[in-house]
Design a protein around this ligand. Structure first.
Ligand code: BGC
Length: 746
């Protein structure tokens, strides 16, 4: 292939005038069909509908290709686009690279548990480097949907329940994928998805409609998206579902008013898969032609594989329903990004690059570091952890203990071969002289299989275990545990139990896992529970009876080593939950930033909210333990009063009061006591992860300015900052008790 980017070649930095001139010159020589072609994203997978990809590309009818992960094929298709299509416009190759391409990082929910934006930023920069070396230009990430309902399967792909933490993680991921120069040959375009509100699906059921007031939308669901725009995200993806009765893919309020007019976004928007065509199924468009018209008019640039645009836009222009200028308006940002990336100069990928890039040792090191920083210690009674390194006989038990798929987690790129270090392998590597036995116990599987499971496994699936086989596996696990001096149970959910089309009504450990946990606990041995899962689980029994619990999430390629690093004390865990853990699935949605009611908190007259169990979280937002202890003291606010529009500083001392070095996340919460609208009980407005030596004290200073103190008000219909009194709490989680207050005056 010619035009391959050589190491050391100068990057291209086209100025925006130069980009605009080149885009206008291209548009001048392109036919209407080619302009529409830029708005069409072609499926490269076997299941993709529509005409053959090559044919569409050859006539200039495709702007991008997705669901293809084959470097040689990328170059073949690119050659058709560049050398055989009328205007020779290069294609953008796109794929879901959600938490790693070959080197797999913790799932995004886990990365958010690090409360350290450097974790997603560095992880996604490695993902970008590997993906780009494979020939990809564009990833469908980060996923920025706030999720307050743990039943919703896609909670695993985002940063959890909080807009402030979510915004920090959003910006970090955009920086990681894109860097600060779109022509950097080690970066990819990012895509902020799913715009917007998808995480608030009715009942946590994936794809179901969403009803959110404008205040909820703007105060809670949109901030991560706005943060992505501020970080320079190149593209957006519209969500599938109805938002307040208007499908997100044809939603002018979202796509034109908020995204373009208010936030000044200059990139392009792609629909979710088949979503433009689905406007008909959704009961919004009369037919596919009407769907194309509605999508385009709403400001949706690119049709992801429903072929509604290429089939209908030309005739809509011919009939005068659309103008060619409207098509050009949609094509312009797509062409501009291709220019900015330097694709016209280097459309091809060096087919030998990927293997060199993935062999870089720092990629696996980074994955291990990210996993270590993402894990959350939920319980450690009697200081069972860290474990002694001279253990002789350890049993590792559970269906996930040796599962590479569940260690890597949901959303692998097409054709990915799992290669994770499992928890069993990680412990074996650590205890080389000891006997480490293993028994999986009964298998776990979904009651209703996932379509994705079929698609990934070529539509073949292993027959289910019979009840007799399950019982034999159960007994074998108990016997294996009986022979050991200490047991590590690895339980949770498989990779396909969270993610798209993976919502569930219960948050209990699936299958016979809790029964097995109880049976093993009955043996009276010390037990450590390691959870591998992509959503909060209501592990109520374990939280009372199992002395040590580590939330390892879906930790990626190096997950097993990272678990062993923590269990044996080489790393002190410092992650914190980015979501509340409900005690029951039926308590969802459950989140800390709720509003107060008319009755005082805890009043016996009106509380509890349910009479069959308190809907207080099992583990609150922001929670996580360490092998050391921390004290917060000396909370100071720079001024007791500040004028509307002013700022103040809040400082606190954090001391490591224990015996080992450890990390603490200082968290700042505020509450506005009165105003035009009721405000949440607490809202996170600052955080910082610190490393402290034993006895060491550090002072953390937070800044509270107009951005932190404003909100979108239902009563006034706009953003306001009001004169009112505020509470402040600073501490180690959302239940922090150290309190101060201040007032904003008019
Ligand atoms: C998902 C998106 C994804 C797209 C492309 C859809 O089913 O909702 O998150 O990016 O497919 O694979």
């Amino acid at each position: 292939m010619t035009n391959v980017m050589k190491p050391g070649m100068a990057r291209i930095f086209p100025s925006s005038t130069e980009v605009n001139e080149r885009v206008e010159a291209l548009l001048k020589r392109m036919s209407l069909e080619e302009k529409i072609g830029q708005l069409n994203q072609v499926g490269g997978a076997e299941f993709s509908p529509g005409p053959k990809a090559e044919d569409q590309i050859r006539r200039g009818g495709a702007g991008s290709v997705l669901w293809l992960n084959n470097t040689t094929r990328f170059n073949e298709l690119q050659k058709i686009a560049v050398e055989e299509s009328p205007s020779g416009i290069p294609l953008l190759f796109a794929l879901d690279v959600i938490h790693g391409y070959r080197t797999i990082f913790p799932v995004p929910l886990a990365m958010a548990s690090s409360w350290d934006p450097a974790v997603p930023e560095k992880s996604q920069s490695v993902a970008a480097r590997e993906a780009r070396a494979a020939g990809l230009h564009w990833t469908f990430g980060p996923m920025l949907d706030i999720a307050r309902d743990a039943r919703w399967g896609r909670i695993v792909e985002g940063a959890g329940e909080d807009p402030y933490l979510g915004a920090a993680m959003a910006a970090a991921q955009v920086r990681g994928f894109q860097g600060d120069d779109l022509s950097d040959p080690e970066r990819v375009l990012a895509c902020a998805k799913h715009f917007a509100g998808y995480g608030a699906a009715d009942g946590g059921r994936d794809y179901d409609p969403v009803y959110l007031s404008e205040a909820q939308l703007r105060n809670t669901y949109l901030p991560p998206f706005e943060a992505a725009v501020k970080a320079g995200v190149a593209t957006f993806m519209s969500a599938y579902m109805d938002l307040n009765n208007v499908p997100a893919s044809a939603n002018r309020f979202l796509l034109r008013q908020v995204l373009r007019q208010e936030w000044g976004f200059e990139g392009f928007v792609v629909s979710d898969a088949f979503a433009v065509g689905n406007l008909v199924i959704q009961g919004h468009a009369r037919d596919r032609r009407d769907a194309a018209l509605r999508g385009l008019k709403a400001g949706l640039n690119m049709d992801m594989s429903s072929y509604t645009y290429p089939e209908n836009l030309a005739s809509l222009v011919a009939d005068g329903a659309l103008s060619e200028a409207e098509i050009e308006e949609m094509a312009r940002p797509i062409l501009a990004l291709k220019v900015k990336m330097g694709l016209f100069e280097q459309p091809y990928v060096n087919e030998n690059l990927l293997e060199q890039v993935v062999a870089r040792p720092e990629h696996r090191q980074m994955a291990r570091w990210a996993a270590q920083r993402s894990m959350v210690l939920l319980r450690n009674e009697g200081g069972l952890l860290p474990l002694k390194k001279d253990l002789q006989k350890v049993a590792v038990i559970g269906p996930l203990a040796d599962s590479m798929e569940s260690t890597e987690g949901s959303w692998m790129v097409f054709g990915h071969k799992p290669a994770a270090v499992t928890v069993l392998q990680g412990i074996r590597a650590r205890l080389t002289g000891a006997q480490v036995t293993y028994a999986p116990g009964p298998e776990i599987r979904r009651d209703i299989p996932s379509w994705f499971e079929g698609a990934m496994a070529g539509f073949t699936s292993k027959p289910a275990q019979t009840p007799e086989e399950g019982e034999a596996a159960f007994q074998a696990a108990v016997e294996t545990a009986r022979a050991a001096e200490l047991v590590v149970m690895v339980l949770g959910e498989t990779d396909l139990m969270a993610g798209e089309a993976a919502s569930r009504a219960s948050l209990d450990l699936p299958g016979r896992q809790e029964e097995l946990l109880k049976a093993v606990a009955g043996l009276g041995k010390p037990i450590v529970l390691v959870l591998l899962n992509g959503r909060p689980l209501s592990v109520n029994w374990a939280a009372e009876h199992i002395p040590a619990i580590l939330e390892a999430w879906e930790p990626g390629s190096e997950g097993g080593h990272a678990v062993a690093d923590i269990l044996f004390g080489d790393v002190n865990p410092g992650g914190k939950l980015p979501v509340s853990f409900p005690r029951k699935g039926s308590h969802a949605p459950l989140y800390y930033a709720r509003n107060l009611t008319h009755s005082p908190e805890g009043s016996p007259m009106y509380n509890p909210r349910y009479w069959d169990g308190l809907p207080v979280p099992l583990y609150p937002f922001g929670y996580g333990l360490s092998y050391t202890t921390f004290e917060f003291s000396n909370l100071k606010v720079s001024a007791p009063q500040v004028k509307v529009g002013g700022s103040l500083a809040v400082s606190v001392d954090v001391t490591n009061s224990g015996k080992v070095t450890g990390d603490e996340v200082a968290q700042l919460y505020i509450h506005q006591r009165w105003g035009s609208d009721s405000r949440p009980l607490r809202e996170l407005k600052g955080f910082e992860r610190l490393k402290l030596q034993p006895g060491e004290t550090k002072t953390v200073t937070f800044h509270l300015g107009p951005d932190e103190l404003r909100y979108w008000s239902t009563n006034t219909g706009g953003w306001i900052q009001e004169a009112a009194a505020f509470d402040i709490w600073v501490g180690a989680d959302s239940m922090a008790k150290l309190h101060a207050d201040f007032e904003i005056v008019g």
